[in-house]
Design a protein around this ligand. Structure first.
Ligand SMILES: CC(=O)SCCNC(=O)CCNC(=O)[C@H](O)C(C)(C)COP(=O)(O)OP(=O)(O)OC[C@H]1O[C@@H](n2cnc3c(N)ncnc32)[C@H](O)[C@@H]1OP(=O)(O)O
Ligand SMILES: CC(C)C(=O)C(=O)O
Length: 575
């Protein structure tokens, strides 16, 4: 029996924190936290194949470019690679970037760790010791007093090797202590250990000590983590000499929420990884946290203007793909396949573009259905937003045609073309690429403005001339090709299009009734062309057919629309 009928026999609910005056629920996020990237430490230690030095260098550069000012670069006592890379980071980090490294509470490892930082401009020594009952009993076999004493001893050791060492004065030293498994630690004991560590380190308001309060394992709902953080923040003394840092893991899938509520609860700093790499289900995703702030109008002070290049580095160095549904960065997150989403997005862009035009350079607030962020802000294009498959509707295909061929299809033509697309998508059973969709449109309406040749094109316009036999009258003489034969046709009407229609109808013995005519120009310069769209019905037939024509001359474009209709009727054996 793999799953228990009564799981309470095996799992206990996490107890709530007693915090009746909690303040965090009525606060809002108004500024970014101090960010610490631990991609090169917590992220790296969880990879099947840890990063090479070359990969770490590339990743480090990207983190600096994004704007991280605190970067945990390694666990220097773990391997020569980690030690050597720390040396590289110390030597190349910009003056405003602090290099952080991690060590357990072991004297030999702390000494090696501090050694790796020699000569740094700004360094943060980070030590950790688990404080939960479970870890103390199971992993260390230490009492509460013994654990606290070990933490204090190690804080003093770091102090003597760094800020108290006369030879180390060229470096700005900061110190971080993590009561590991904080999320499962008795709150009063966490505060007690941190008070003792604080006294050992001796922070000031200018150089506060960092207490990093990790959800080493995410144990409960994010509101409980927030309560734990607020409890700590309101019970520790000398709050002004402390930076409270969060380090949420994602075991329950709530790390982003936990980090956001934890900031409301008083945290100043957040540790995590790009796209949530890290132990087990990962560390909190810093891209999501930063862009969540951005979409609330708060600058995160991290720059993801070129998110694709960030993804490239992350995927290459971690050797793990960024999930297609990852918030903001995933390949499919700014992309709609379904008809009603596409329709709403297309309408949203129409309204937005009008607002932008009317605002004449002033700011316009972003309010688009289904798109919480303007994809262009993070270097993603609008072209990829709408993709077409059998779940799509007319709006989706119309968007692709508009963006790729600049043709703004009238609604009736959208409906007609979407039936053609639907049929093709169902046969293919897969997405239609933009190229396939544009080709389908050109074939369906015989648009050969790029010299395309369509095998089933029976009718072609070869030449024509127009005269005005009487006021308000037009006469056309035209040469058209029908299969391999050139024929001359002639007709009159009160306009050029009706004259051409009359000439065709007479020659072919059909009666084309023009129901809709629509035109717009393509391009903005003097060489711009006209696109015309015509819907006709055949006499005694309520089925209509659309034609499309494109030409430098608007009259010729409309003639081509009628020719396009004839070819379509012929293909469907309607004439
Ligand atoms: C939550 C986190 O992510 S913490 C960071 C974890 N990262 C890593 O472990 C990556 C780097 N680690 C390593 O390279 C190695 O584990 C080393 C160099 C630190 C230690 O290696 P080893 O001496 O071979 O020990 P090993 O890894 O087998 O076991 C860990 C030991 O450290 C102890 N330990 C665990 N955490 C701590 C700590 N915070 N402070 C002191 N000791 C600790 C364990 O109790 C165990 O001790 P034991 O050997 O007396 O039973
Ligand atoms: C070392 C600490 C901060 C850690 O990685 C964790 O608790 O997850």
């Amino acid at each position: 029996m793999p799953m228990l009928a009564d799981p309470s026999q095996k799992y206990k609910p996490f107890p709530p924190v007693h915090l009746p005056n909690r303040q965090w629920p009525s606060r809002t996020l108004e500024k970014p936290p101090r960010w610490l990237s631990t991609d090169l430490r917590d992220g790296n230690q969880s990879l099947p194949d840890p990063m090479s030095i070359a990969e770490k260098k590339e990743y480090f550069k990207k983190l600096v470019d994004i704007g991280f000012k605190e970067i945990e670069v390694a666990f220097p006592s773990a391997s020569q690679i980690d030690f050597d890379f720390t040396r590289f980071a110390v030597e190349t980090a910009p003056a405003d970037v602090a290099v952080q490294v991690l060590s357990p509470c072991r004297e030999d490892l702390i000494k090696r760790t501090v050694e790796s930082l020699t000569g740094a401009k700004k360094a943060i020594v980070h030590i950790y010791l688990a404080t939960s009952d479970c870890f103390r009993n199971v992993v260390f076999g230490l009492t509460k007093e013994e654990s606290k004493a070990l933490a204090v001893k190690c804080a003093k050791l770091v102090r003597s090797l760094t800020k108290d060492d006369p030879k180390q004065q060229a470096t700005e030293w900061d110190f971080e202590f993590s009561p590991e498994t904080f999320s499962d630690t008795d709150m009063d004991y966490a505060v007690e250990v941190c008070e003792a560590v604080k006294e050992a380190w001796g922070p000031t308001e200018d150089r506060p000590i960092i207490f990093n309060l990790p959800a080493t394992v995410e144990m409960a709902t994010p509101n409980i983590y927030a309560d734990q953080i607020e409890y700590f923040a309101t019970h520790i003394s000398e709050r002004e000499k402390i930076a409270i840092s969060l380090h949420p893991h994602n075991d329950r899938g709530c790390s982003v929420a936990a980090a956001e509520l934890g900031q409301l609860a008083g945290a100043d700093r957040v540790e995590g990884c790009l796209f949530g790499n890290g132990e087990r289900t990962g560390n909190v995703d810093l891209v999501t946290l930063a862009l969540n702030l951005y979409t609330q109008g708060v600058s995160p002070k991290l720059d993801f203007s070129d998110i694709n290049s960030v993804i490239d580095v992350v995927e290459k160095c971690n050797k793990i793909p960024v999930h297609a549904r990852a918030p903001y960065g995933g390949a499919l997150v700014v992309c709609a396949f379904s008809g009603s989403h596409q329709d709403a997005i297309k309408k949203g862009f129409n309204v937005h573009e009008k607002k932008v035009e009317a605002a004449a350079g002033k700011h316009v607030h972003w309010q688009l259905p289904y798109l919480p962020l303007d994809p262009q802000d993070i270097g993603r294009t609008y072209e990829a937003i709408i993709r077409v498959n059998s779940q799509s509707g007319k709006g989706g295909s119309a968007w692709v045609i508009l963006r790729n061929l600049e043709l703004d299809l009238p609604r009736g033509l959208q409906v007609a073309f979407s039936k053609v697309v639907q049929q093709r998508a169902e046969v293919k059973g897969q997405e239609l690429t933009n190229e396939e969709l544009c080709d389908l449109f050109k074939q369906e309406y015989y648009i050969d403005y790029e010299g395309d040749n369509f095998n089933d094109q029976t009718y072609k316009l070869i030449d024509y001339s127009i005269s005005t036999p009487a006021k308000g009258q037009k006469e056309i003489e035209a040469e058209i090709q029908i299969d391999d034969k050139i024929v001359k046709i002639k007709g009159q009407g009160n306009g050029q299009l009706s004259a051409f229609n009359a000439a065709l109808s007479k020659h072919l013995n059909i009666d084309l009734n023009v129901k809709h005519y629509h035109e717009h120009s393509l391009g903005v310069d003097s060489n711009s062309r006209a696109a015309t769209y015509i819907e006709v019905s055949l006499k005694n037939d309520n089925v209509t057919r659309w034609g499309v024509g494109i030409h430098e001359d608007v009259s010729q474009a409309s003639f081509l629309s009628l020719i396009s209709i004839l070819n379509g009727l012929h293909r469907n054996k309607d004439i």
